[in-house]
Ligand binder design. Structure first.
Ligand code: GDP
Length: 335
């Protein structure tokens, strides 16, 4: 199965030229190759990425998180349009390890961000599907590079905000934006302290109508809460603001804050330092994923694993001994 080579693939150069020209159809086809698990596509993907690498990286990468219903897609739609009106090209990606493309992922639903998706300078791509968060995150990272090479100078990465995916998005972005609601406790919103600590900006969303007063109160509460966190390495003090995506208020100040952040971290060197650190981490993530793939993808290993499972159930072997045996078998396959 993995030796199968699809017929409709272009030459590597055709993908590279198309991406560099900003051709959205070619960009989408190249991303499909990145997301593919076929061996022939993996080789092709590596070649494309290697070639576009020097033209990637020239964007501000923004992570957007918050619990489902907080208004992420509505915010991104309005925010994206605002950026495009200022002359930017905006790519919107997402990390949702639970998504399966065929069932419709968080961004896959056609009604989400429909108006934004129709704009010439917007590119929306639903989450890659995959078994592991690490695998999905790696693919999203590579997709981001392709988008940058295609000229998108703002990349928004949305996360579902209910698990580990925030950490993955934080690990691949320059600025981390947390959307919150007034009147709901932190626990209610499923936001852990660690996620608050990662935020460069907290936006109290849906600050409209009867909700304005509560939102201002929440803003002050979060400002106080953020004060007790240790100073972040970037030298940046997180900003708390209010916004309404439906009334289009407070949206421009989010972008102004991001620009201020960028100015600071460019000046103090944190921007580049952080990007370099992320690249190192990315290498380790790739190693981890590749090792897992090699191990669990091996026929020898999987048949031995099912035998060992039965042995453990029958109390013939301890789990630790079983793990040791299978690792020895894996090591022996390289000798
Ligand atoms: P997501 O699940 O975080 O992507 O949230 P959505 O963007 O789908 O929004 C969830 C619901 O909140 C929808 O019914 C939106 O119309 C509503 N909503 C989003 N933003 C606002 C806002 O700024 N004000 C108000 N009043 N409602 C909003």
């Amino acid at each position: 199965m993995t030796n199968y080579k699809p017929k409709n693939r272009l030459t590597p150069q055709a993908y590279i030229d198309g991406i560099l020209k900003g051709d959205r159809v070619i960009l989408s086809r190249a991303i499909t190759i990145i997301e593919s698990n076929l061996e022939s596509d993996k080789i092709l993907a590596k070649e494309i990425i290697q070639a576009i690498l020097p033209t990637s990286g020239n964007s501000i990468r923004i992570g957007v998180t918050g619990v489902p219903g907080v208004g992420k897609s509505t915010f991104i739609e309005v925010f994206g349009k605002h950026l495009i009106s200022k002359g930017h090209k905006v790519a919107i990606l997402s990390i949702d390890p639970s998504s399966q493309r065929s069932k419709g992922s968080i961004l896959g639903d056609k009604t989400r961000m429909e108006a934004l998706g129709q704009l010439e300078n917007a590119y929306i791509r639903p989450s890659a599907s995959g078994d592991t968060l690490g695998g999905v995150a790696n693919k999203t990272g590579e997709t981001m590079l392709l988008c940058e090479a295609a000229g998108y100078d703002v990349v928004l990465i949305e996360t579902v905000g209910v698990g580990q995916s925030e950490t993955a998005v934080h690990g691949m972005t320059d600025f981390f934006l947390l959307l919150m609601l007034a009147g709901a406790g932190d626990e209610l919103q499923g936001i852990k302290k660690g996620i608050m600590e990662m935020a460069d900006m907290v936006v109290i969303n849906k600050a409209d109508g009867d909700n304005i007063r509560m939102s201002e109160m929440a803003k002050r509460q979060y400002q106080n809460a953020l004060h007790i966190f240790p100073q972040s390495e970037s030298g940046w003090t997180p900003v708390v603001s209010t916004a309404s995506s439906t009334k289009n208020t407070g949206i421009d100040s989010v972008w102004d804050t991001i620009l201020e952040f960028k100015k600071l971290v460019d000046k103090n060197g944190y921007f580049n330092e952080n990007r370099k650190r992320q690249q190192i981490q990315w290498m380790y993530n790739n190693i981890n994923e590749e090792l897992k793939h090699m191990f669990y993808g091996s026929k020898n290993i999987s048949s031995k694993l099912s035998t060992l499972e039965k042995d453990i159930i029958a109390s013939k072997i301890s789990p630790v001994k079983a793990a040791q045996q299978i690792i020895e078998k894996f090591k022996a396959s390289f000798q």
